[in-house]
Design a protein around this ligand. Structure first.
Ligand code: HEM
Length: 533
C-alpha cells in the first residue's frame, strides 16, 4: 500500500502539472483570440458586417462552395454594394471587396507593400516552393523580372503550333467518340487533358501523349489540384500539423514526389544538355541544329542585372507553377466559353462565320498568330465568358501598412483582403443584368467594359497574371478550331439527369457532375459552300 502510494504520488503530481500547463495554455490561447477578435471587430467596424451564423463561428460555413453559395454571393454584392467585414471563427478576419473603386487601390499598390500569405497560398507552398505566384517582396520582384521574357510575344508566337496540334488531338478523339454514338461529352476531362498536353510541350518540350493514354505525371497534377481544393474546404486541415497526419495529407506528399521527381529530372537533364551544347559551340565553328526554345530553356538562360541566373530548384518551382497556374484556369475558361456558345446559338453561328471567313481559301485548318487580331467578335465572346464565368473567383492579399479605401474606410495592415473577382464581375451597380451573357458589353465602343477594374479575370496591377496573353492565345485557337469542326448544343448531365448546370467554385470554376455538351461534327467545306450560296 505504502509502495503503491509512493509510486502514484509522483504520477499524480505529474498529471496535475500537465493539466495545469494545458489549462493555462488554453486560457492564454482563448485570451489572445478574444483580444484579437475584439481588436479586428473595432478596427473593421467601418465596414458593414452581414449577419453572422453565431457569435463564435461568425460567418464560417455561411457561404458554401456550391451554386447556392454563388447565389448568396450575388445577394451579398447586391446588399453591400462594395465591401463587407467577414470572420471565420476567431481565426480569420477578412474584408471582402467587390466594387472596382475598392478593388483598384488594393490591386494597384506596389508589390513591395503586398503580402500573399495564408489561405490557399500556404497550401500551395509545398508544391510550388517560393515561386512567383506565392513569393513576396524582393524574392518576388527578382523572379517576376527574370520570368517576364518567357511570356514575351516572340516566345508565345512559337507556341501557337502546339495549341493547334493539341486541339487537333482532342477534336480527333471527339470525332471517334461521336462515331461510336457518344455525342454527349463531359468537357472538363477532355479540355483539362488538352491544356496539360499543351503546357507540357510548351514548358518541357515533353510529348506525354496524355490525351490518348494515361500519364502518371498528368494524373498526379490533377490529383494535387483536387487535394488542394479539398483542403480549402476543411478548416481543420488548414493547420499543417493536423493535415500532414491525415490520409489526404499523406496522399498529397506521395503525389508531390511524382511531380517533383519529374520536374527535377527535366531541369537537370536540360542543364546538362545546355552545358554540352556550349562545349560543342566553343569547340567547333559548324552551327548546331536549332531546337525551339521552351520555358525551361528560357529560364536556364535568363540572368538578372548582376548576371545571376536561377538555380535548379528555382526553375523547378517556376515550372511547377506554370503547370498549376496554367492548366485548370485555361481549361475552365475554354469549357465555360463553349458552354456559353452552346446556350446562345446565334452568337455561336456569328463566331463560326467569323472563323470561316478567316479560313476561306486556305488548305489546312491552322490558326496563325496573325489571325488572332482578326477574330474580334469571338474575342468579345471570350471576354464576356471570362466575366460571367470567371475561372478564378477571388484573390487574397494583405498589406504591410494601413490601406485607405473610399468613404474613409481603413483596412489595417495585416488584415486579409478577399478581392472578389466574381463579385466585381456580377456587381449590378457596375454591370446591367450581370447574369446575362452579352458579348456586346465588350464592343470596343462600349464604355462599361472599359471602366477601370470592372473586368479583372487576370487580376490587375503588379501581381496580375503573367500568363494572360498565353491563356488568351490558347483560348482563341481552341475556340476557333472547335467552332470550325463542331456544332455545340447543351448536353445532359447524367448525375443531375437534365441539362441543368450547377456551378461549382473550387480552385477554379467548375460544374457539379461536369459540364456536358452535345457535339455534332461539321463538314466545314460544306458549310463554306452554303455560306457562299
Ligand atoms: C484563363 C486562364 C487564366 C486565368 C483566369 C488566370 C488568372 C490569374 C489570376 C486571377 C492571378 C492572380 C492570382 C493571385 O493574385 O493570387 C494569376 C496569377 C498568375 N498566373 Fe494566371 N491565369 C490564367 C492562366 C495562366 C497561365 C496560362 C499561366 C502560365 C502559363 C499563368 C500563370 C500565372 C502566374 C505565374 C501568376 C502569378 C503572377 C505573380 O504573382 O506575379 N496563368 N492568374
Amino acid at each position: 500500500m505504502a509502495l503503491q502510494h509512493s509510486v502514484l504520488s509522483p504520477v499524480f503530481t505529474c498529471l496535475c502539472s500537465l493539466m495545469y500547463i494545458f489549462s493555462t495554455g488554453l486560457v492564454v490561447v482563448v485570451a489572445v483570440l478574444t483580444v484579437r477578435h475584439i481588436w479586428y471587430s473595432r478596427r473593421l467596424s467601418c465596414f458593414s458586417k452581414p449577419q453572422t451564423r453565431s457569435w463564435l463561428l461568425g460567418h464560417l460555413g455561411k457561404i458554401r462552395n456550391t451554386e447556392e453559395g454563388l447565389q448568396q454571393m450575388d445577394d451579398l454584392v447586391k446588399t453591400y454594394k462594395h465591401s463587407c467585414f467577414w470572420f471565420l471563427g476567431p481565426f480569420y478576419h477578412l474584408v471582402r471587396l467587390f466594387h472596382p473603386d475598392y478593388v483598384k487601390p488594393l490591386l494597384m499598390v506596389p508589390a513591395s507593400m503586398t503580402v500573399k500569405k495564408g489561405l490557399i497560398y500556404n497550401h500551395l507552398q509545398p508544391w510550388l516552393g517560393h515561386s512567383v505566384l506565392i513569393s513576396n517582396s524582393e524574392v518576388w520582384s527578382r523572379k517576376r523580372r527574370l520570368l517576364t521574357p518567357a511570356f514575351h510575344f516572340d516566345v508565345l508566337k512559337n507556341y501557337i503550333t502546339i495549341f493547334n496540334s493539341s486541339s487537333k488531338i482532342m477534336h480527333d478523339k471527339w470525332c471517334r467518340l461521336v462515331a461510336e454514338g457518344k455525342t454527349n461529352l463531359e468537357m472538363f476531362d477532355h479540355v483539362s487533358l488538352m491544356t496539360l498536353d499543351s503546357l507540357l510541350k510548351c514548358a518541357f518540350s515533353y510529348d506525354s501523349n496524355c490525351q490518348e493514354s494515361p500519364s502518371e505525371y498528368v494524373s498526379a497534377i490533377v490529383q494535387l489540384c483536387d487535394l488542394v481544393a479539398q483542403r480549402q474546404h476543411n478548416i481543420l486541415h488548414h493547420w499543417d500539423w493536423i493535415y500532414w497526419k491525415t490520409q489526404q495529407g499523406k496522399l498529397f506528399k506521395q503525389t508531390l514526389n511524382i511531380v517533383h521527381r519529374f520536374s527535377r529530372d527535366v531541369v537537370q537533364k536540360r542543364r546538362a544538355l545546355h552545358k554540352k551544347q556550349r562545349e560543342i559551340i566553343t569547340q567547333s565553328v559548324a552551327p548546331t541544329s536549332q531546337r525551339r526554345k521552351d520555358f525551361v530553356d528560357i529560364l536556364l538562360l535568363t540572368r538578372d542585372e548582376d548576371g545571376r541566373g536561377l538555380t535548379d530548384e528555382e526553375i523547378q518551382a517556376e515550372a511547377n507553377t506554370f503547370m498549376f497556374a496554367g492548366h485548370d484556369t485555361t481549361a475552365s475558361a475554354i469549357c465555360w466559353m463553349l458552354y456559353n456558345l452552346a446556350r446562345h446559338e446565334h452568337y455561336q453561328e456569328k463566331c463560326r462565320q467569323e472563323v470561316m471567313d478567316l479560313m476561306e481559301g486556305r488548305d489546312g485548318q491552322e490558326i496563325k498568330w496573325e489571325d488572332l487580331s482578326n477574330l474580334p467578335f469571338t474575342t468579345m465572346c471570350i471576354k464576356e465568358s471570362l466575366r460571367l464565368h470567371t475561372p478564378v473567383q477571388a484573390v487574397s492579399r494583405s498589406y504591410t501598412q494601413d490601406m485607405v479605401l473610399p468613404g474613409n474606410r481603413t483596412v489595417p495592415a495585416g488584415t486579409v483582403c478577399l478581392v472578389s473577382i466574381y463579385g466585381t464581375h456580377h456587381n449590378p451597380i457596375v454591370w446591367t443584368n450581370p447574369n446575362e451573357f452579352d458579348p456586346h458589353r465588350f464592343d470596343p465602343g462600349n464604355k462599361m467594359s472599359q471602366a477601370s477594374h470592372a473586368f479583372i479575370p487576370f487580376s490587375s496591377g503588379p501581381r496580375n497574371c503573367i500568363g494572360q496573353k498565353f491563356a488568351m492565345t490558347e483560348l482563341q485557337v481552341v475556340v476557333a478550331l472547335t467552332l470550325l469542326r463542331f456544332r455545340l448544343t447543351p448536353g445532359v448531365n447524367p448525375e443531375l439527369g437534365s441539362s441543368r448546370v450547377r456551378r461549382l467554385p473550387q480552385i477554379v470554376l467548375r460544374a457539379e457532375g461536369g459540364l456536358w455538351l452535345q457535339l455534332e461534327p461539321l463538314n466545314t467545306l460544306r458549310l463554306n459552300k452554303q455560306s457562299e450560296e
